[in-house]
Write a protein of this length. Structure first.
Length: 280
């Protein structure tokens, strides 16, 4: 397979601020009348250059420095169509990768999402997730701390939030090489966290989560790995409690429409697994 273009110019969707004084929100469920999720913000479309690091530049990105890294790690999972099989066979593989990449002593995997691009269909439930096409970060500081308390026993959580911990995603193409709507990641060092991001409430029927919306900044440096195969994965940060400037705290990311994708390319399919990683 070709190593792909040196870079591509693509249009990314960035968040805009909600009305002044309002807390940004969107609903996880689709409104039956509009067929869309309710929200109180919009998106701006901006053309950006996304550098392809395939073919010799792979070593230039680092999990701790940039917030993400790519790896060749074939999976032995027998089916990505069955949640029980995924949790039984794939989670242990991911746990080993999380520990290897982060140096953490403990990884608690708390969920996974399968995404399959289906043009014309609505992203309206866990069995019908589409690639996310807006620049975002999955967690805020508040939601990351809440995750520890939600997924760990109370007696453990109280101690663990006082040590270094991270929320880390492992993203992998499944079934097909990811040429259609690949994953782009933004170098944390090119962001200005105090001005680039704001919290967005993610409203479920029974609870709320919180993500970060990312606003456009011309300084952002974007990268992708052209033609990722199911034997490859991306590991990236959504949160790091170490915020002293020595490491990346998060990596904004999004799927993007690659204008060089040939007609007839198989639609993108992927799995992402999320974990809390703790350090002694």
């Amino acid at each position: 397979m070709s190593s792909g273009p040196t870079s591509v110019t693509a249009t990314l969707g960035y968040f805009t601020d909600p009305p002044k004084g309002e807390r940004a929100f969107w609903t996880i469920n689709v409104d039956e009348k509009t067929g869309q999720r309710r929200k109180n913000f919009d998106y701006d479309q901006h053309e950006v250059v996304i550098e392809n690091i395939r073919g010799g530049k792979e070593h230039e990105v680092n999990f701790e420095k940039n917030g993400f890294e790519f790896f060749h790690r074939p999976s032995g999972c027998s089916s990505f169509d069955d949640d029980e099989v995924i949790e039984r066979e794939y989670y242990p593989e991911c746990e080993r990768i999380f520990k290897e990449v982060t140096g953490g002593s403990r990884a608690v995997l708390f969920d996974h999402t399968i995404r399959r691009r289906r043009p014309g269909q609505i992203d309206n439930g866990p069995k019908n997730r589409q690639p996310v096409t807006e620049v975002h970060v999955d967690q805020t500081t508040a939601s990351s701390i809440a995750r520890v308390h939600r997924h760990l026993p109370a007696e453990d959580a109280k101690e663990l939030v006082n040590k270094r911990f991270q929320i880390v995603n492992l993203w992998r193409p499944i079934e097909e090489t990811a040429i259609d709507w690949p994953l782009a990641l933004c170098d944390y060092r090119s962001t200005e966290p105090k001005k680039d991001v704001f919290p967005v409430a993610l409203v479920y029927p029974d609870r709320e989560g919180e993500t970060l919306g990312v606003k456009y900044n011309s300084k952002h440096k974007w990268r992708y790995l052209y033609g990722m195969t199911p034997d490859e994965c991306a590991v990236f940060k959504c949160f790091d409690s170490r915020q002293d400037g020595s490491v990346a705290v998060f990596a904004p990311h999004t799927a993007f429409k690659d204008p060089t994708t040939p007609t007839g390319t198989p639609f993108r399919q992927s799995i992402e697994v999320r974990a809390l990683v703790f350090h002694d």
